[in-house]
Design a protein around this ligand. Structure first.
Ligand SMILES: Cc1cc2nc3c(=O)[nH]c(=O)nc-3n(C[C@H](O)[C@H](O)[C@H](O)COP(=O)(O)O)c2cc1C
Length: 360
């Protein structure tokens, strides 16, 4: 339960600005295991001013339920009015980004700067909670830096004003995306609140990593961002693993290709062929990371302009890839991509996709 919202899965999609759009969410939902998904962050003021870009960010459809919209902003009235509007159009919950250290967000007092100003934040959030019946949630990092681990205090303060759940990325702002996710830090947040669910986040790329995060922190669920790029099956496989203890086999190459094509179809449906294909240039290489050798594919797909061209690129690639296969059609062992390992399970980092990542 997140407030009054009963969910079928304790696995969540983390907001990834530029990526967690309607086509990606629908692709993940079709694969399964995911219930509450979120939009990219949306500027509250742009939304109430009915800016078309903000409206595109909250575009949804009946298959894309339940949906959370993530808001940023520091003007209490704007945040409140944006939440009221989102409730009126059937959005299931509203998330507030507090862990977003993008300069333009911090400058206006939103994002990580919020964590330094507890009382002001509490008042802003209370204004939203009081104005709507849908749950208001918050997403934060552990704090500004190691000396300022503010998430436990902020979480307790927000619970006091009615926040329904908190998503915690187990890193500080100073850390960026480097170093390991700090499970003890997430546990401190779990211990700081009385009863609301804390959702752990950061570097979960496998079902075992999700299990470990839950076991070691006591968090009620796990939110996954980049792991869903690599592996749209992560929600389905993790649900299965959490319920049965059984690890499902990796999807076949054919299944990965099928889902990738479906993702492109949805991109074209939502954004039109030209824009959808252009956007897919940065999406396809994430799928191909698990294809084995894929230079041929990547080289062509970064210039993609149309759907027919995509299928041509794909056919050529499938033929080229045959040289790496054994008699049964599987990748020969030395061409298989290495298994994914989370930072907190082994000291290895996962690549960060293109975007304003130096500031998130
Ligand atoms: C490209 C990119 C965009 C992101 N956009 C947002 C965002 O809009 N709002 C937010 O709260 N966090 C954002 N994040 C942070 C993620 O939601 C998440 O907390 C972080 O990536 C760690 O989780 P992961 O290891 O599962 O990806 C972004 C991260 C990346 C890499």
């Amino acid at each position: 339960m997140i407030g009054n919202l009963k969910l079928k899965s304790n696995l969540f999609l983390s907001p990834l600005a530029g990526y967690t759009n309607l086509p990606f969410r629908l692709t993940l939902r079709e694969v399964g295991g995911l219930d509450l998904a979120t939009t990219d962050l949306v500027n509250a003021r742009s939304l109430i001013e009915k800016n078309p870009k903000a409206f595109k960010l909250i575009e949804t459809c009946p298959a894309d339920r339940p949906l959370a919209v993530q808001l940023f902003g520091s003007v209490p009235e704007e945040m409140r009015d944006a939440a009221i509007y989102l409730e009126s159009v059937g959005i299931a919950s509203v998330d507030i980004t507090m862990g977003c250290p993008v300069k333009k967000v911090c400058r206006v007092g939103g994002g990580s700067a919020m964590m330094m100003e507890l009382e002001k934040t509490q008042a802003l959030v209370k204004g939203m909670v009081d104005a709507v019946n849908i749950p208001i949630t918050a997403k934060m990092r552990l704090g500004w830096d190691d000396e300022n681990i503010t998430a436990p205090d902020l979480a307790r303060a927000l619970e006091g004003v009615g926040v329904a759940a908190i998503f915690v990325h187990g890193r500080t702002r100073e850390q960026g995306f480097s170093g390991s996710v700090n499970l003890a830090g997430i546990r401190a947040v779990v211990q700081a609140v009385r009863s609301i669910p804390i959702i752990g986040n950061g570097d979960v790329t496998t079902p075992e990593a999700a299990r470990m995060m839950i076991d070691e922190t006591g968090c009620a669920g796990v939110s996954i961002g980049r792991g869903a790029f690599y592996n749209p099956w992560i929600f389905l496989h993790t649900r299965h693993y959490l319920e049965t203890g059984e690890l499902l086999p990796d999807p076949s190459f054919e299944e990965r290709v099928r889902v990738m094509c479906r993702h492109l179809d949805l991109m074209v449906e939502v954004f039109g062929e030209t824009h959808g294909c252009r956007m897919f240039r940065k999406v396809a290489p994430w799928y191909s990371k698990r294809f084995g050798p894929a230079n041929e594919f990547n080289k062509s797909v970064v210039q993609l302009t149309g759907k027919a061209e995509f299928h041509e690129i794909l056919e050529n690639y499938i033929r080229w890839r045959e040289q790496f296969l054994d008699e049964s059609g599987g990748l020969r062992p030395n061409y298989r991509p290495p298994p994914l390992v989370s930072s907190f399970m082994q000291r290895e980092s996962i690549p960060v996709p293109k975007g304003p990542v130096e500031v998130w």
